[in-house]
Design a protein around this ligand. Sequence first.
Ligand SMILES: Cc1cc2nc3c(=O)[nH]c(=O)nc-3n(C[C@H](O)[C@H](O)[C@H](O)COP(=O)(O)OP(=O)(O)OC[C@H]3O[C@@H](n4cnc5c(N)ncnc54)[C@H](O)[C@@H]3O)c2cc1C
Length: 403
Amino acid sequence: MKKILIIGAGTAGIDVAARLKHSGEKLSITIIDPAQKHYYQPFWTLVGAGLSRKEATERNMKDLIPNGVEWLAEKVIKIDPFQNQVETEKSGALHYDALVVCPGLELHFEKIKGLEDPTLPYEGVCSIYSYQTVDKVWENFHNFKSGQALFTFPNTPIKCGGAPQKIMYLFDAHLQRTNRRKDAQIFFTSAGQRIFGVPSFAQALNKVVVRKGIHTRFNHNLVEVDTKNKLATYCVSDSEGKQQQVTYEYSMLHVTPPMSAPQFVQDSPLAHKEGPSKGWLNADIHTMQSPEFSNVFAIGDVAAYPTAKTGAAVRKQAPVLVRNLIDHLNGRSLENNKKYDGYSSCPLVTEYGKVILAEFGYNDILLPSFPVIDMTKERYSMWLLKTKMLPVLYWDFMMKGRA
Ligand SMILES: Cc1cc2nc3c(=O)[nH]c(=O)nc-3n(C[C@H](O)[C@H](O)[C@H](O)COP(=O)(O)OP(=O)(O)OC[C@H]3O[C@@H](n4cnc5c(N)ncnc54)[C@H](O)[C@@H]3O)c2cc1C
């Protein structure tokens, strides 16, 4: 039997393992992940906004590992694709015939001076980006009295690029509901140059920002926080690339931290060594196969695919990867197989009860699931999709390799 190793049992790892198991191929599949819990991260935005408890987003890892798949609860520390080996902390080197790399990405609060403790035990500072900090967001919504509320976006690729503004719109909506909006100035401070990458959705979101009276500050990269005096310092670059530092006072600071591929991926021969994707995993954007090591495939947040890093993207990547991996093992060409088109989706929550469902692929092409309706509109139906249907799709179908 061919030996398949999967690094990471997150959204991508479980989906791929389950699909491989259903494929009918005789394979020995091992999934390596030290985490005892698996999280439905898309719900953290709603947890931050007081709509769910964070415990509802977590399940025991052991209950999600597909039957017949071996789970090694260890941390991978090295990949050696020349030897077809993965090294773990305790078991040492493990051989593979094919490898699927999907350890997600790492958060780096510590890269912002003053935020070295990732639990963010600082008054007024919070983030929906980690399980440890997500409940502090709702606390901050609740405790906010008056002043400036800053929502940041870093200068690295991040998972779910829409989440930093979704939580901001819900903050605005919560203050409206509790009659405190007049006491707040809300700022979207982003290292990027626009509100959203895909133009038609950016246009729609610019209208939301204007309607809500939110101030936008682009080319603003958060570099330091004085948590005692509640001051946030940004490195601001102008159109000629000149940089200067600007400091804002805050009553509340919602931080989206810089993110990177895990260090063992960056150190491996599989990562891009130069250019804007440096450190992220290098694989063909359509076949998901490593260009140099044909028995290695990449999926999920760790991969340098030029599209948004989301669970929705993983849902479309997984069937393509599994087909290609099996064909590769059987010596068949991948040429005529279905290609991954960069599909990703972001349910952009704009109010309690309203969502713009952004669906797009490579080169910002629109890939709507419901082509007959205008997807740039805020809709209650898409809110129902986000809050009621997508969790079921995730737990009952995607985690079983059937979505
Ligand atoms: C606040 C927030 C909101 C989001 N909203 C949405 C949304 O609305 N829609 C959407 O589609 N997506 C959303 N996402 C993104 C989505 O959750 C991710 O894109 C998706 O989970 C990526 O899957 P993955 O398998 O690549 O990584 P993950 O699901 O993060 O899994 C990675 C796994 O790898 C393991 N791992 C890490 N290092 C190692 C190692 N050294 N050895 C072994 N295992 C390791 C980890 O323990 C983890 O279990 C959101 C994310 C966040 C944080």
